[in-house]
Design a protein around this ligand. Structure first.
Ligand SMILES: Cc1cc2nc3c(=O)[nH]c(=O)nc-3n(C[C@H](O)[C@H](O)[C@H](O)COP(=O)(O)O)c2cc1C
Length: 210
């Protein structure tokens, strides 16, 4: 097998393509926040992961806009309001979620633009997406920024203070993947379905982290 090797000190777009083609499939956080005037902002982020179970912490990574070199609306709102909701995407609403990625002028409501329904949260002011089967209400914890030029990223963490899960996708305490029917992000315009799940037994009980 012959390998192509790349340095990472060139154009951000080249690095970006390596990342999104290699780290697959990526889960999608749909982050809803409040604009300064109290209207809603919604945007998807696939640089997204779980960080800690107790306290319950999740993280996502918005980059500096490649078009303008400025902060995206989502981090701008989070740094001011100190809260956000992470909504999980199912295949049935992927088209609407994709519309929320449109870079609308600041203050224009992506709920209205995409046809999604805002509902009040219980512990924070940022609203949840009714159509999403799982919603995490988060309080901003911290962030680390890696630069302020186009394509520079940052990691934003939030403590989940309330979890909402549609009863219909649960059996006991377990979330049933086939009922959630989540969608992952791929390279370019690719998305993944999660309907080809397989199981593997762990070899040793001692390896299981509890
Ligand atoms: C499925 C999907 C995943 C995305 N993931 C990211 C991401 O991880 N980081 C990022 O900076 N932008 C990502 N984007 C682009 C943002 O959603 C887009 O820039 C959005 O307009 C930002 O909105 P805002 O300015 O309201 O925060 C993604 C777009 C899509 C469609």
């Amino acid at each position: 097998m012959s390998m192509k090797s790349f340095n990472t000190d060139g154009a951000f777009a080249d690095n970006y393509k390596m990342l999104i083609g290699s780290i697959l499939p990526r889960p999608i956080a749909v982050v809803s926040t409040l604009n300064e005037d109290g209207t809603n902002n919604v945007a998807p982020f696939s640089f997204f992961t779980a960080v800690s179970a107790s306290p319950m912490i999740i993280a996502f990574c918005p980059m500096i806009k490649s078009s303008t070199g400025t902060l995206k609306d989502t981090p701008r709102n989070i740094f001011r309001e100190k809260e956000f909701v992470i909504n999980i995407v199912s295949e049935s609403i992927i088209n609407q979620i994709n519309l929320t990625a449109t870079e609308l002028p600041y203050g224009q409501d992506e709920f209205a633009y995409s046809g999604l329904t805002p509902i009040d949260s219980e512990k924070i002011k940022a609203r949840r997406i009714k159509e999403c089967l799982i919603q995490f209400e988060c309080i901003y914890r911290d962030h680390i920024s890696y630069g302020d030029t186009p394509g520079s990223g940052m990691i934003i963490t939030g403590e989940v203070v309330k979890v909402h899960i549609a009863e219909e996708i649960m059996e006991g305490t377990r979330i049933i993947t086939q009922k959630l029917n989540p969608v992952g992000r791929g390279v370019g315009n690719d998305f993944f379905r999660c309907n080809d799940v397989f199981e593997l037994e762990r070899l040793q009980k001692s390896q299981i982290q509890k």
